[in-house]
Design a protein around this ligand. Structure first.
Ligand SMILES: Cc1cc2nc3c(=O)[nH]c(=O)nc-3n(C[C@H](O)[C@H](O)[C@H](O)COP(=O)(O)OP(=O)(O)OC[C@H]3O[C@@H](n4cnc5c(N)ncnc54)[C@H](O)[C@@H]3O)c2cc1C
Length: 373
């Protein structure tokens, strides 16, 4: 009988969860470990914008990857809902990107030649689209194709669905290191003992979990983001509103998530009053009616940042059977479906997945070896 292939996914965020899902659906026996609870870090701190257009600033393979993931979203969330019986709250509403400054207008207009079928909206057009917009906007873009999801609901549904798919989810189980033998990984070390598998996927978000000798080659930096949520006093925009300094994401329960700050402060996750005040000032300029809203709560998360802004997805250099999928920075919720699909393809030997992942290889920072004259 053919031996069942086994995988250990280290990190239960949406990235590790999505990889575990795709592998389990393809018949791999998967164990997923998290040091805390499934989805307890960046993945549920996120606002859940699926901002393929609003978040990218240049044409190229990364923009294509973002759009591809966006296209997968409806079917992916339907599969997760079907398996779990829970609703991830995917909503196909667009994102209105508003410019208040000349510089912001210039940056947005510079995207028009490559961003797709979008055209510039003057201030009056914007106000007709979303009458609650405040201040003196110069204009903007309505990215009708950029959608949203509720990250907390998505993580809950994914966790329940993974178990129904037969994936073992071990929470409160920090991974302390890799177990290796003859140049390949054979498992991981936890406080409870050793776990063995055919392959190990490191999806630890900002924590990285990379072996010490590779941390310089595959650098990661945690980027703190703070959000807060409110219950507006009356009707608000049905679309996500986004400007420099803040965005407002409406939820099905009538609340609004307002985010997010961006600060490199190591692993310090404390929310601050200063960040909250700055966010609120931007939010009220964008939608003055929010001044009357009921405050609900504030929270932070650590985005997994990389020096070149691109994620690491691929085989780890120097050690067989170890893969890495992290560094998705501001777009890990958006990129979860495509990451799961491509990483599962890579592990199972699909050359097309390997080719598509090439630009995100963890080896891309390795200095070229000179062969001499
Ligand atoms: C405020 C904020 C707003 C955001 N908004 C958006 C948005 O609107 N749209 C979007 O697409 N993205 C958004 N993001 C980015 C997105 O949240 C991240 O890119 C994404 O969640 C990364 O997912 P991940 O699974 O790699 O990391 P995480 O969700 O952080 O998961 C990593 C997991 O690994 C576990 N782990 C770490 N070390 C170990 C260990 N030693 N052993 C076991 N487990 C370990 C952690 O406990 C954690 O659960 C936002 C992020 C923040 C902070």
């Amino acid at each position: 009988m053919k031996k069942e292939s086994t995988a250990l996914v280290v990190g239960g965020g949406l990235i590790g969860g999505s990889i575990a899902w795709e592998l389990a659906e393809r018949g791999v026996s998967v164990t997923l470990l998290d040091k805390g609870s499934f989805g307890g870090e960046a993945s549920t701190a996120a606002a859940g914008m699926l901002g393929a257009h609003v978040e990218t600033h240049a044409d190229g393979p990364f923009f294509d990857l973002c759009r591809r993931s966006l296209q997968l979203y409806r079917d992916w969330t339907e599969r997760i809902a079907g398996r779990s019986g829970l609703n991830p709250q995917y909503e196909a509403e667009g994102i209105v990107r508003i410019a208040y400054t000349e510089e912001d207008e210039a940056e947005l207009r510079s995207r028009l030649p490559w961003i797709g079928d979008y055209s510039w909206l003057e201030a009056d057009d914007l106000r007709r689209l979303e009458p609650g917009i405040g201040g003196e906007p110069r204009g903007g873009l309505f990215f009708s194709g950029d959608h949203r999801v509720h990250p907390v609901k998505l993580a809950e549904a994914m966790r329940a669905g993974l178990e129904r798919l037969g994936c073992r989810v071990l929470e409160n189980t920090p991974v302390l290191g890799l177990v290796t033998s003859g140049g390949r990984a054979t498992g991981v070390r936890t406080g409870e003992g050793l776990l063995y598998a055919d392959s190990v996927i490191l999806a630890g978000g900002a924590w990285g979990l990379l072996p010490e000798e590779l941390q310089e080659l595959v650098p990661l930096l945690p980027v703190k983001g703070q959000c807060y949520s409110v219950r507006p006093n009356g009707r608000t925009a049905s679309r996500t509103l986004f400007t420099k300094g803040c965005y407002l994401v409406p939820r099905l329960d009538g609340t609004v998530t307002i985010g997010a700050t961006q600060l490199e402060a190591g692993f310090d996750k404390r929310p601050t009053v200063e960040a909250l005040a700055a966010l609120h000032a931007s939010a009220v300029r964008l939608q003055p009616a929010l001044a009357e809203a009921e405050f609900l709560r504030t929270w932070t998360g650590l985005r997994p940042g990389t020096p070149d802004g691109l994620p690491y997805m691929g085989a780890l250099p120097g050690l067989d059977q170890v893969y890495v999928a992290t560094g998705h920075f501001r777009n890990g919720v958006l990129l979860a479906p495509v990451t799961g699909r491509l990483m599962a393809g890579l592990l199972l030997g699909d050359p097309a997945a390997a080719a598509e992942l090439e630009p995100y290889s963890p080896e891309r920072n390795r200095p070229a070896v000179s062969t001499g004259p």
